[in-house]
Ligand binder design. Sequence first.
Ligand code: PLP
Length: 447
Amino acid sequence: MQNLLSLLPKIDNILKHKDFAHYNPVLLKQIAKEILQDIRKKILQKTIATTPRQEEIFSCIQKKYHQITTPSFQPLINATGIVLQTNLGRSIFSPSIIHKSLPLLSEYNNLEYDLIKGERGERYTHVKEIICALFECEDALVVNNNAAAVMLIINTFAKEKEVVISRGELVEIGGSFRIPEVIKQSGAKLIEVGATNKTHLKDYQNAINEETTMLLKVHQSNFSQTGFVQHVDFKEIKELAQKHNIIDYYDVGSGYIKGISCNEPSLIEIAKLSPSLVSFSGDKLLGGPQAGIIFGKTHLIEKLKKNHLLRALRIDKISLIFLQETLLAYLHNSLQEIPTIALLNQDIKEILQKAKDLLELLKNLKNFSTQIIPTTSKAGGGSLPDMIFDSYAIALQHNHKNVQSLSVKLRLQGLIARIKNNQILLDLRCINQEHFTKIQNILEDLD
Ligand SMILES: *Cc1c(COP(=O)(O)O)cnc(C)c1O
């Protein structure tokens, strides 16, 4: 056994070897140590009877090194039909917005620099006026994401005070983000009112006392309730808060400005109620970068800006540049620049045509059966939980490979599909012409 161990290459020799001349020595040493240790353990446990050859060991090291040093991000084809998939990066950007934003990143810029006064400026000025124009509101502020917006608002106005919220709105967004936990983390006391299915205005009214600073309404986000259900409209909550001289805050979650026909009020309609504060996400239905957008009354926004927590929650320049372009697209009614809106608004005939075009490319597959079937897509990302968007998919089955193992293989090639009724479904909603050849190649390889 000692003999077997002594045949292993020495670390120093590996580090000096010409095969590894361009490798980072620290990382190389770490990987080589791990791999040699693993082999040593196997020899001692007698799970292997011979010492692996030097080439095998070198190839192991190279593979591991390559794995660590290759950028891990890769583009994916979203065949799930879910337009806003948090796991797949939520909103995507149009070439025009990328084209306008990217050049700024290779130069210095006026992120926080007032060019007229020649002194320090505020990063928020780049979007404030645009947001105020879109919503006809007094003032606005943007932060890292909507979770940060909730945290900042609650911490600023309700620390050690009471916030009233309906039991029907104590939502979990996903990735274990729970509204009640965030409120507690922000230092506020949560006062739950009503029942899971029903909350009345008098429930809010009865909860108000000297310690109450805020009535909070939270969008139910990713679920909806039917049956014996009642919620209080934000308008009534707002009026009640106003009567008691406390803050009304609506966490709209996804929210949308325009361009989507759905059964929910737009942010513009909500803004007409003249709310104290509203917040929503930048990368859900808005279709922009990760961001939390806050708008409302100037005296409240001023207070948010004075909270030191803002420094920890602030939006970075890359997101801010993309957010400005996204908001400008709305201001100019140039919604074709927002892929999220375009994907949700696609004409069903257009989707069917894409399905037919892709099917044509797949006609030479021998072991796959392919057929076009009607299906339904979803907005996703905690948006429009009730809405079903009619779509078409190509349903795939293989003569001898099962759907589970096929879907793994597709996934590893960058094609994310859905399984339904023992078929692989490629929903055409988020697939376009530019993806066709890649899909064809992937399926031909697996044929
Ligand atoms: C999604 C969502 C959040 C969190 O927003 P992020 O931008 O993902 O941080 C908060 N509240 C509601 C109601 C949401 O839907």
